[in-house]
Write a protein that binds this ligand. Structure first.
Ligand SMILES: NC(=O)c1ccc[n+]([C@@H]2O[C@H](COP(=O)([O-])OP(=O)(O)OC[C@H]3O[C@@H](n4cnc5c(N)ncnc54)[C@H](O)[C@@H]3O)[C@@H](O)[C@H]2O)c1
Ligand SMILES: [Zn+2]
Length: 246
């Protein structure tokens, strides 16, 4: 049995699968990750501000204009489409085999593929709110805003994306739901994440089920815990798994 067949067999026999993913899940949809060779941490290294700085809360408060310039140019991909990974996970949820998708991504592609139980640890570009009166704004509102820093049409306050910036805490309810899902899962699929962002990455230690499959192009600190390691592109792998399940 090759690795893809093994993964398909485990999925076949599982009924409470949890997927834990990151930016690598969406690179095949055309959204760059942070730490690959083509990721934002490499391509942005000549900018005066490293991505960690640009995406931190103090930076947003002090330089919302520079933040939004970077955010609009590099983080917003409204036309991106889900790939084989997002599609298979949505299908497994429909079949009643997958309990939750836990993601560090902010792109909304799991929902676009049809997943409904998605725990977004780092928020979403699709939700935005006025920092003063809390009025909600969509991604389209942000994109269509004529000002670099979008302003509230009711009170003039600065609109902030519901995206967890460095120095900000994760939403506690989402965190507990993720722990709950992981603790009760029978198969853990970890995909497209360098597992270097805390506390998100540590969450997978709550898994107590049978098998962990780690699908990541490059090595991670958790490779030794995995029962199966797959380094081929995750969207393609999941497409093959889907064909084996059919
Ligand atoms: N799509 C998004 O929403 C997006 C994009 C960039 C960054 N981010 C944010 O950046 C943080 C980065 O942490 P992270 O661990 O998610 O990303 P990361 O950039 O640190 O790591 C991505 C990992 O995915 C692997 N990878 C890339 N393409 C792959 C593919 N096709 N198949 C298999 N593996 C692949 C890389 O080797 C790398 O180890 C997250 O907190 C996230 O919120 C989100
Ligand atoms: Zn307002």
């Amino acid at each position: 049995m090759n690795a893809t067949e093994q993964l398909a067999a485990w999925i076949q026999e599982s009924s409470r699968i949890v997927f834990f993913g990151g930016a690598g899940t969406s690179t095949e949809s055309g959204i760059p990750d942070f730490r690959s060779a083509a990721g934002l941490y490499q391509t942005e290294q000549h900018s005066p501000y490293p991505p960690e700085e640009l995406l931190s809360r103090h930076f947003f408060d002090q330089h919302a204009d520079i933040f939004y310039d970077f955010y609009r140019g590099k983080m917003l991909h409204p036309d991106a489409e889900p790939n084989g990974c997002h599609h298979l996970l949505a299908k497994l949820e429909r079949l009643g085999k997958l309990h939750a998708v836990i993601t560090q991504n902010i792109d909304g592609l799991h929902q676009k593929a049809g997943s409904s139980h998605v725990l977004e640890l780092h928020g979403s570009v699709h939700r935005n709110a006025c920092m003063d009166c809390k009025q909600f704004y969509s991604l389209q509102d942000i994109i269509q805003s004529k000002d670099v820093v979008p302003r509230c049409t009711s009170c003039g306050g600065v609109i902030k994306p519901d995206v967890v910036l460095y120095e900000e805490e994760l939403n506690q309810a989402t965190l507990y739901q993720a722990i709950d899902a992981l603790s009760s899962a029978d198969l853990l699929l970890v995909g497209g994440t360098s597992l270097t962002v805390y506390p998100a990455a540590q969450l997978i230690t709550y898994f107590q089920g049978k098998y962990t499959a780690l699908l990541n192009a490059t090595p991670t600190a958790y490779d030794h815990r995995a029962d199966l390691l797959i380094t081929e592109p995750i969207g393609e792998v999941m497409k093959s798994v889907d064909q084996l399940l059919a």
